[in-house]
Design a protein around this ligand. Structure first.
Ligand code: SAM
Length: 229
């Protein structure tokens, strides 16, 4: 975790102060993701790579009976998130911790068996071992719950010059859109009996997914996949 934390702290130590004001113009689809959460009454919501806490604060305000949890690998981002959560008076609704998404275990970090809703907003594109992070995220979803993802898409329906410029600019922040995300989600759905909805909104500027776990575990599971069966 130390390397990932140091890299993210280096990117965000200064950026975090202008993060919320600047990112609202290009992290598209975050509010739609929050709309889609609709947790059950008194349900639990986890954000992976919660950054400044912007999404968690909106989720806690929108779903006041929910218990919200978030983690990030960057201590600097968490300091901003903690201050924002306190300013919003939501310390009792939102628990924040430092953890690495690729190694995440719900029990050891939060003492939870799982969450009704887990979401990842524009973080998989910054996590080199993103497949491991995705599997850990889906493992943290309770039976019958759902994993919600929004991130950069392939920009396939936008002008090539825009796509090239955006990609070059994102690379400066260690951001790499995951071209294989849809395929990886389809594999998770096939392996576990989950239902996947995958969309490419804003002319494929972004992609968003909802992967709903069956209420009762199917015959296949992660252990099968991880053992290579
Ligand atoms: C682009 S920001 C998105 C923040 C927030 N989710 C949002 O939508 O505004 C990506 C976040 O992922 C975090 N991150 C990167 N690698 C991570 C990892 N391995 N584990 C947990 N968080 C990570 C970064 O520190 C950063 O806060």
């Amino acid at each position: 975790m130390a390397d990932a934390a140091a890299e993210m702290d280096a990117i965000y130590r200064v950026q975090r102060h202008i993060y919320d004001a600047s990112r609202k113009y290009y992290l598209l689809g975050r509010d739609g993701l929050l709309d889609s959460l609709a947790p059950p009454p008194s349900g639990s919501i986890l954000e992976i790579g919660c950054g400044t806490g912007r999404n968690l604060i909106l989720a806690a305000q929108r779903y006041p009976s929910a218990r919200c949890f978030g983690f990030d690998v960057s201590r600097a981002m968490l300091e901003t998130a903690e201050a924002s959560v306190a300013k919003a008076g939501l310390q009792h609704s939102i628990q924040l911790e430092q953890a690495d998404a690729a190694l995440f275990d719900a029990k050891s970090v939060f003492g939870m068996d799982g969450f009704d809703r887990v979401f990842i907003s524009y973080a998989l594109s910054m996590i080199p071992p993103w497949r491991a992070a995705l599997e850990r995220a889906f493992q943290a979803v309770k039976p019958g719950g759902s994993l919600h993802v929004v991130d950069f898409g392939e920009q396939s329906r936008l002008p090539q010059t825009f796509r090239a410029g955006l990609r070059a600019w994102l690379r400066k922040f260690s951001v790499e859109p995951r071209a294989e995300l849809e395929g990886e989600l389809r594999r998770l759905a096939a392996d576990t009996g989950a239902v996947l909805v995958f969309e490419r909104p804003f002319r494929d500027y972004a992609c968003r997914a909802i992967l709903t776990k069956p209420a009762v575990a199917s015959g296949h599971n992660f252990s099968d996949h991880q053992r290579g069966q």
